[in-house]
Design a protein around this ligand. Structure first.
Ligand code: ARG
Length: 463
């Protein structure tokens, strides 16, 4: 049992079980660089405001730099009895610089310190994730450009519905991941608020300069209420919400790749480098990567639910429960980054089977809506056209033929408004190109959407 930094009022030492139970060092040690960055800024502010003198500040800053190097090199000793990363750094600082180390915590509490560290960490990781999403969105856009002439069936209820361009389908995912990026960027504004100086809960009696600290650490704002600043984990929850939505998008993409790489669909083939074999069935090439991406969404949603549940009904201000936010947060950040990375590497190495996709558009009555639209063009009300085409579909199914394979005479038996021009309308190409309303799959629309996406990405990289 070591002497605790808060040990002054205690007559008895901490039980070993309590030390083990309350310690968070195994989890929060990865905040070390942010903890030290925050402490250095705090020292500089304390000197600037003459709360400590320049010489003391310089000693502290040098010691903190040395600790950072020790941790980076794996030379640092971690110990449960020191609870968390904040205590570890302070304890080691005392060993290095002596009793001046005891001034570091002036005008500060671990409550505002951990809020600061978490914000610095999450701001940094948000930027990394935004960068990763930018790369993934670029991959999608590049694939769309390379496959502008590929057509596949679009589905509703997983039933073939209408033909669409593969580029249109890929750009749907571009839209999803762009919304995720926008949500992250928006949430970043609420992460980018500097809580230090709130101290334990009520603020501090020292003449600190919070704006000075915020400027040193590059924060856009300073928190306005000390109670809220140490009690707030909205920014964690918000991030996890955004991460969950993003993971849902990954899971939908992954599910399609699992389906599409099956023999039943045969729309894509994963590269050998991104598939795995079976230990018993030599013929197997399994889509384990998309499956794992699909599977990992559970843990990220779990992280969101965990932190929501931890925060629910906590009285103001700081409560130790809040220490439980970090494991789920770190795990969600890691999972999201891993998925962004592996999917960005996998997609460009996949082969799209354009022939199989096109073949799949040729059966299943995909032209039924277009035949109805054609009849509307000839003056029928849509519901009447729908009814008429429904009868034609039933008949063609009985025959084992597609609508476009019926003769003009056969088609005319369902409506005398049908003439020779119908066969033009029933080609897959026409079904695509006639969908010209903004946002539809006509190639002119898709090319314009692609150009917009490319311009957006160029702007984001080089604002
Ligand atoms: N390890 C703690 C956490 O992560 C730091 C704050 C502890 N504050 C306290 N008064 N016990 O939340």
């Amino acid at each position: 049992m070591s002497k605790k930094m808060w040990g002054g009022r205690f007559a008895e030492g901490t039980h070993r079980a309590v030390e083990a139970f309350t310690a968070s060092i195994d989890v929060d040690r990865r905040l070390f660089a942010f903890d030290i960055q925050g402490s250095i800024a705090h020292c500089r502010m304390l000197a600037e405001t003459r709360i400590i003198d320049q010489e003391e500040s310089a000693q502290l800053i040098e010691g903190l730099g040395r600790i950072r190097r020790e941790i980076e090199r794996g030379e640092f000793q971690f110990d449960d009895s020191l609870e968390d990363i904040h205590m570890h750094v302070e304890d080691r600082l005392f060993q290095i610089v002596g009793k001046v180390a005891r001034k570091l915590h002036t005008a500060r509490s671990r409550n505002d310190q951990v809020a600061l560290d978490t914000r610095l960490y999450l701001r940094y990781e948000t930027d990394a994730i935004l960068e990763g999403l930018r790369r993934l969105r670029r991959v999608l856009v590049d694939l769309a450009r390379q496959h502008l002439d590929v057509i596949l069936p679009g589905y509703t209820h997983l039933q073939r519905a209408q033909p669409v361009l593969l580029a249109h389908h890929l750009l749907a995912y571009y839209e999803m991941f762009s919304r995720d990026a926008a949500r992250l960027a928006e949430g970043r504004r609420r992460i980018d608020v500097m809580p230090l100086g709130s101290a334990a809960l009520a603020g501090t009696t020292y003449p600190i300069d919070r704006q000075y600290t915020a400027d040193l650490l590059g924060f856009a704002a300073v928190s306005g209420n000390s109670l809220d600043a140490v009690a707030d984990r909205d920014f964690v929850i918000e991030f996890l919400g955004t991460a969950s939505i993003c993971m849902i998008h990954f899971s939908r993409l992954a599910e399609e790749l699992v389906l599409w790489s099956s023999a039943e669909f045969g729309f894509v083939e994963l590269s050998d480098a991104f598939a795995t074999g079976s230990s018993i069935m030599p013929q197997k090439k399994n889509p384990d990567v998309p499956e794992l991406v699909r599977g990992k969404v559970g843990s990220v949603i779990g992280a969101l639910v965990a932190v929501l549940t931890t925060m629910k009904a906590l009285p103001l201000a700081y409560n130790r429960d809040m220490q439980e936010d970090k494991a789920p947060l770190f795990q969600a950040v890691d999972t999201l980054k891993a998925c962004i990375h592996v999917v960005s590497e996998m997609l460009p190495r996949m082969t799209f089977k354009a022939d199989r996709m096109r073949q799949a558009t040729e059966t299943g009555g995909l032209s039924a809506t277009d035949l109805a639209d054609y009849l509307v063009g000839k003056g029928l009300a849509f519901r009447d056209a729908h009814d008429c085409v429904g009868r034609a579909v039933a008949w063609s199914l009985e025959q084992g033929r597609e609508l476009h394979q019926l003769s003009l005479a056969e088609l005319k038996s369902f409506s005398d408004k049908i003439d020779e021009g119908v066969f033009d309308v029933l080609t897959t190409r026409q079904m695509i190109e006639r969908r010209i309303a903004y946002g539809g799959t006509a190639s002119a629309n898709v090319q314009a959407a692609l150009a917009r996406a490319e311009a957006d990405l160029d702007r984001e990289v080089d604002p």
